[in-house]
Structure formats: C-alpha cells, structure tokens
Design a protein. Sequence first.
Length: 263
Amino acid sequence: MTTSSMAGQRDAILFSRYGLAFDCATLDQLVERALQQAATPQLYCTCNVNHLRLLQTNALFQEAYGKAAVVTVDGRPIRMLVRLQTRHDVPVVTGADLFPALLDKLRPGIDRPFFVASAPEAAQALAAQLVARGFAADAIGQDSPPYGFERDAAYSANLVAQIAALGTTHLFMGVGAPKSELWVARHFAELPPAHIFCVGAALDFSSQRKSRAPRWVQRMSLEWLHRMLSEPRRLVPRYAGDALFLAGILAGRRLAPIVPPRT
C-alpha cells in the first residue's frame, strides 16, 4: 500500500480550536498501518497535555507536528477536551501502548527497526528480544546518544547515516519529548521512508529498564501519578505546569491554531 492510499484511508477528527487533527484509528488499526511499506517518512505523534502546552511556544515542535502523518490522542485529558469541543469520542492511543503492540508484530526478514534509546541497556534489551524471535542481529539498529546530541551536527549526521544504511523501516525515538520530535523535524528530509515513532519512556518500559504502572492503575487513569512518584524531581514541575495549563483551557483560555490542519 502506498503512502497516498494510506492517507486516503485516514479518518481524522479535527480538533479545530487548536489546528490539530486527531486520527480516529484504533490501536490495532494503527499497528496495521505501520506494517505497510512507506514511500516517504511517516511521523507518528502521540499528543498529551504536555505536548499541547509545548506547542504553544516551540516553533520547531510545531514544525514536527506539521510533518506528522498521524496524530493520536495520548491520554484522557486530551480525549475529554476533544469530546467537549467537537462532541466526538476519539480513541486514546498512547505511545506506551502503541510501541509494544507494534514491536510484537514486527517481522523477521521484512522489517528493519532502529532504536534510539535514552540508555544503551534499553536498546540492547530490545534488540535481544527481536533476535530471540528470529531477527538477524544486523537487521536491527541501535544507538544511545549522549546528552546534547541534538545540537551536535556531526553526531546527528552520523546517526542519520546509520539509520539510512540499515534500510530502516521503523525508527523508534526514545530520548524524550520534545527532544525526539525536534531531532526528527530537523532531519526529516534526510531520513529514509520509515515509520517514525517518538515514544519516550515506552522503550524503557518494554526493555524492562523501568516499570510501567500496574494495569489497575492505568484503568483508573492514574498512570501519571505512578510516573510522577517514580521520577518526582523531573516530573512534578512538568505535571504541575500541565495541570495549570489544562485548567486554563477549561476556564475558557483560547489558544491560537498550532499547525494547519491535515486534509
């Protein structure tokens, strides 16, 4: 299936107040789409409240979202806003759910994944999982960039070259938001025709480097609390800012459109 036919099958609900269009595809449908051959780079963005907040002021983050082939609702707060403002109920598809679902479906001899992880242990563990399923070791790429790599032109050029040389079909960026998206936006034209996912901590969860919240916590919509308690120094300020931002929207704050809506 070509990229154009994939685009023709896309069903999106326009979050018109902010210039975003969210896909109505389910998790299984998105995994199926991501297993089709891509003719051009296909960026998948999973939008949560933090993303929406960052999009108000970060021009390069806006550029990344403008390049996205798929934008999903990542979290119930965004789903609530979509429902209140469009009267449509859009599926929640988080990066933490999408990544393992797709990882399980990757095919030896067909798919060539590349992991850009926050720690080498995560990338190595993910590669080992795929090798155990029959993947050739040389069909898997991995890298764990140093701090500040996104500002290192030589490092970034080498990373792009590695991704291209592998013939990467699926690029998984796990170095955090918005760093992953910003790097992809800067190098989008140089990347191969791959499905590209900026999924943050999902690589750490699937590699068992970090523990994800138990299922019952996820069902109660308290996964954010579990994550905040596990990394309070980093996440307490972030979630506090997100909560104030969300409260402002519910109180009537109007936001300028972020990117031209997809058609």
